[in-house]
Design a protein around this ligand. Structure first.
Ligand SMILES: [Zn+2]
Length: 232
């Protein structure tokens, strides 16, 4: 019978002829190769199917910044903020090695150490703005479409305002830019990344050992305890 060999580590074949079987030959010497292939398959699978997986940034150290999000006035449900927060971190972490350690609260007391953001149904016709101290966000910002858009207008606008909080000015030369006004663009250039990281280094959590952001701490108002509200 004819024999079809699928040999991952080829060697001179001594296969008998006249068989029609498929034979996977795996030799001990090939184990490192197989391990590498398995790892590649795993990571490509994880990247393709796990929406919340955020690729490792190219820049280190990762600067982690506390971000307190105030939801007392928001018309959105707490559950809606999970994907929004993930996308904010995807935009900043993958491009600039900056991530936000996010927790939600239902009061107006700002952090001593980090950034604060409020969500409200209406903020005077703005999508969002940074007043030099705090970020105000419309619940549902209205943005122009672009070729490679962010998924959520709220996430994109929040990421844009965080850019201002990290000292970035507007950059209007392409709709794809994160710092373009009123579009779904999310891209940073090298100069913006450098400037934002310099500011981030000043306000980041001192421990720069961790390379990933923690999961957002999203609480419903009725389950928030005074102790939790005051952290950090
Ligand atoms: Zn702006």
């Amino acid at each position: 019978m004819r024999r079809i060999s699928v040999n991952i580590c080829p060697r001179p074949s001594s296969s008998p002829r006249n068989k029609t079987i498929v034979n996977f030959q795996v030799r001990p010497v090939c184990l490192p190769v197989l391990g590498l292939l398995a790892a590649l398959l795993f990571f490509s699978y994880a990247g393709a199917t796990t929406e919340e997986t955020i690729p490792t940034p190219g820049l280190q150290p990762v600067y982690r910044i506390y971000l307190r999000v105030h939801l007392a006035n928001s018309s959105r449900s707490p559950e809606e903020f999970g994907p929004i927060f993930s996308e904010i971190n995807r935009i900043w972490y993958t491009q600039a090695g900056i991530c936000f350690e996010i927790h939600t609260v239902y009061h107006d007391t700002p952090l001593n150490d980090g950034l604060d953001m409020w969500f409200s149904p209406y903020i005077g016709g703005y999508n969002g703005y940074y007043d030099g101290e705090f970020i105000q966000m419309s619940d549902v910002p209205d943005l122009a479409r672009v070729e490679n858009p962010a998924r959520s207008s709220a996430a994109r606008t929040a990421a844009h305002e965080l850019g201002h909080a990290l000292d970035l000015p507007h950059r209007q030369d392409s709709d794809e830019n994160l710092m373009r006004s009123r579009t779904f663009g999310w891209q940073l250039n090298a100069q913006e990344i450098k400037l934002a990281r310099e500011t981030a280094a000043d306000i980041a959590i001192e421990d720069t050992t961790p390379l990933t952001c923690g999961s957002p701490q999203i609480r419903r108002e009725e389950t928030s305890s005074p102790q939790l509200l005051e952290q950090p």
